[in-house]
Design a protein around this ligand. Sequence first.
Ligand code: MN
Length: 317
Amino acid sequence: MTQNQLGVHALVLEREWDTAAAVRAVRTAAGLGYDLVELPMFAPDAIDLATVRRALDETGLAVTCSLGLPFDRDISSADPDVAAAGEALLAGVVDAARSVGAEVVAGVIHSAMGKHPRPATERNWEAAAEGLARVADRAAGSGTRLALEVVNRYESNLVNTAATCAALIDAIGRDNVVVHLDTYHMNIEERSPAEAVAACGGRLGYVHVGESARGYLGSGSVDLAGLLRALHHVAYAGPITFEAFSRNRVTPELAATLSLWRDIWDDPEDLAAHALATLRAGLRATEARVAGDGAGHRGELATGGAASSTPSGPASP
Ligand code: MN
């Protein structure tokens, strides 16, 4: 049985972001029973890393870091200065991750996060691959992995499917770069959770679960059970982190970046507690179902075999 760390994104719990908010998020996540908290690193110097690390140590909570690149620091940009600025931002985040004790830097770190006015070019692909290879080398020095988040077409023009992400990781050519899947985005771009997970080709390293309108798990069209079965099938043992956003619970800047125009929920602790209970129940149900399926499958095959031999029976010897 795999034991995934279950996490929550800190901005589910906090609206503004500073050291006090980060410490509160760590304590709230631990109090709710989560194993891990994901810290936003849009601006690594927004929080005092030593203070946050003390809070993490006190609670025993694991930590990851994430961000989406801004357009003026897009590592995939054809403009070398913009790409270099993106690479510099990621280098700083890798250092911050090490300071705070995180082994994963996740998110939209392959291109600018937002709606792009045109398709990505070969040049964008090469810029991202070359820049991320250098960032990955820096991260390898501290045992940190880069998890490239597969996001929908309105949030990146470069990586919209697991298959594309796996191809980009091939181009980067570093072992410490992994695929980061998110059910909210998969629900828009992928044919099924099973196909998306399979397309990662063993390189899945981080998972976000979010509902189709970014609210309570189970309130939308995301196939959480299908995802958990697919993760079980590939023996995924990495973190599963809950993410949800509502206009009234984020800053106007983040609302604009993520196109959050509606108030979906307003009690973060209730939402996060519900998500943790839903994930735990889902993982238990997956274990039970897979165990049952094993037996059921054998039964089904036997029945299917018998059934299919019946019509052909008269023609068979
Ligand atoms: Mn996500």
